[in-house]
Structures are given as structure tokens and as C-alpha cells.
Design a protein around this ligand. Structure first.
Ligand code: NJP
Length: 236
């Protein structure tokens, strides 16, 4: 198998879907993960119809057993994993005293523990061959805060810290770690449908996919630590 074997979490819509379509078009065999089996099944079909290669695996990224089973299936089928895009994420935006403990657990479990679980599951396979590329889709609010964002920004700061530390642990082993920090992107994340007029000036999901593609296409001696992108309409 000449194609790069690339796992993308949160692939059913938004940024993950755009990354999956772009990487498949560029010749990756994409393993698309999300909870909604129907949506990722349709994405697999769409990629296959366009001449690409995809495999959909329904998986809740916050569930250790499901993540391990998904990675084991990829290893059984393909023997290796070249790249992983940790993209699955959600936001809950309330003032701190309005947050429920359950909100806290859900956001942290998906945004932070999900990145940890998928990374932990793939690392032994990358270490065994001395190469691999792990990406995180974090946020510009990994580096700034705002009222109503205590939970979401805490999760994105944590994701940022996790990947920054990870880079220091695995670079000498030949494994790259890169993080993309988007500003506002037109997806389903803000509670609107993708393409709604309100989001017309936001970044497009494929803008993020292009950044991911750039990062993954650098030559072996180049490591892109991070890329931050904003739409022109958003002051940072
Ligand atoms: O959001 P959306 P985006 N297990 O809602 C999946 C960050 N970001 O594309 O499971 C597995 O369109 C869900 O699939 P499903 C953001 O923090 C965004 O904008 O079927 N997957 C869907 O495919 C996030 O990390 C903006 O419901 C789970 C996907 O996640 C990343 O970008 C700005 C899951 C979400 O698609 C992608 O978000 C920014 C689980 N438990 C950072 N829970 C922005 N859009 O403006 C959810 O700074 N998913």
C-alpha cells in the first residue's frame, strides 16, 4: 500500500469532513471516525465514488475501548498508521456559574481526553517504525480567553499543552507533532448549519484542510510546529 494511512477524528462534518475529502483527493487512504455511522458511511461512499480510498469506523473518541478497537482494526487491515488528525471537538459556552458538571465532563472528555486516547493508541505503532505525524486541531482560544468561554478555552489550552509536550517527547523518535489553531470557521460548531449567511465571512472548512495538507506535505526534515488562521473579519 503506497498511500499514506491517515486517521481523521470528527470526520462526519465541518473541518474533519473537509480534511478527509482533501487528503483523500491527495492520495491518502483516509480512515474517517465519528459517532454518526450513517454520515461517515456516506463520506466513505463519496470518496470511493470520486476515485479515492476511505474506511468509515463509528467511534466515540471519548471512549477508550472504542478508540483502541478502531486503531486495532486499522493496524489489522493496513499494518501501519502514517498520520492522525485529532479534530473531533465540541463547545459549550456559558458563564462559569451556569455550567453543569456534566458540561465540564463532556467537553473535557471529547476535546482533551479524546486527543489523548487516540494519540496513546497510535503512538506504539509510530514508535515501532520511527516515523509518523500527529496533528491537533485546537483553536485560537488555545491562546486567549473570553467571557463565557471558561470551559471551552480551558479544554483548548489543555489540548495545546498536551500537543506541545508531546512534541518534546517524540521528535527525537522521528515523529512529528503539529497543531492548527483556527479562528471562526463556517461549520456546524456554532449551532448554525454550515453555509448559513451569518457565517459567510468566516473561514471555510477547506481553508483548514489546506493548512493540514501543507503541514503533512513538508519534507522529512521540516516540522511545522503550528499554524494559526483567522478570517479577515475577526480581530484577534
Ligand atoms: O465542528 P462540527 P468543527 N466522538 O460541529 C465530531 C475546532 N474549532 O468542524 O460524532 C467522535 O461541524 C462530530 O461527529 P459526530 C473545534 O473545537 C472550530 O468546527 O458524528 N467524534 C463532528 O464530525 C473542533 O475541535 C472552530 O457528532 C465526535 C465533529 O466532531 C474542530 O475544530 C473554531 C464526538 C464536529 O464537527 C472541528 O470542529 C476553532 C465524539 N464524542 C476551533 N463529538 C469553528 N468552527 O469556528 C463530536 O477555533 N464529534
Amino acid at each position: 500500500m503506497d498511500k499514506k494511512i491517515t486517521i481523521i477524528s470528527g470526520a462526519s462534518r465541518g473541518i474533519g469532513r473537509a480534511v478527509s475529502l482533501r487528503l483523500a483527493h491527495e492520495g491518502h487512504f483516509v480512515i474517517v471516525l465519528a459517532r454518526n455511522a450513517e454520515e461517515i458511511g456516506e463520506l466513505e461512499h463519496e470518496i470511493d465514488e470520486a476515485g479515492g480510498k476511505a474506511l468509515a469506523i463509528a467511534c466515540d473518541i471519548s471512549d477508550e475501548k472504542q478508540v483502541e478497537e478502531a486503531v486495532n482494526q486499522v493496524i489489522r487491515d493496513f499494518k501501519r498508521i502514517d498520520c492522525v488528525v485529532n479534530n473531533a471537538g465540541i463547545g459549550v459556552f456559558k458563564h462559569a456559574d451556569q455550567l453543569e458538571a456534566d458540561d465540564w465532563d463532556r467537553v473535557m472528555d471529547i476535546n482533551v481526553k479524546g486527543s489523548f486516547l487516540l494519540t496513546k493508541a497510535v503512538l506504539p505503532h509510530m514508535k515501532a517504525v520511527g516515523k509518523g505525524h500527529i496533528l491537533g486541531i485546537a483553536s485560537d482560544v488555545s491562546k486567549r480567553t473570553f467571557a463565557g468561554g471558561s470551559l471551552y478555552t480551558a479544554s483548548k489550552y489543555a489540548q495545546h499543552a498536551f500537543f506541545e509536550s508531546l512534541r518534546r517527547e517524540v521528535r527525537s523518535l522521528g515523529i512529528k507533532v503539529s497543531v492548527v489553531y483556527p479562528g471562526l470557521v463556517d461549520t456546524y460548531f456554532h449551532g448554525e448549519a454550515q453555509g448559513e449567511v451569518k457565517q459567510a465571512e468566516y473561514l471555510h472548512a477547506d481553508d483548514i484542510a489546506q493548512a493540514v495538507s501543507y503541514i503533512l506535505n513538508t519534507p522529512p526534515h521540516v516540522l511545522v510546529d503550528e499554524i494559526m488562521l483567522h478570517p479577515m473579519c475577526q480581530e484577534w
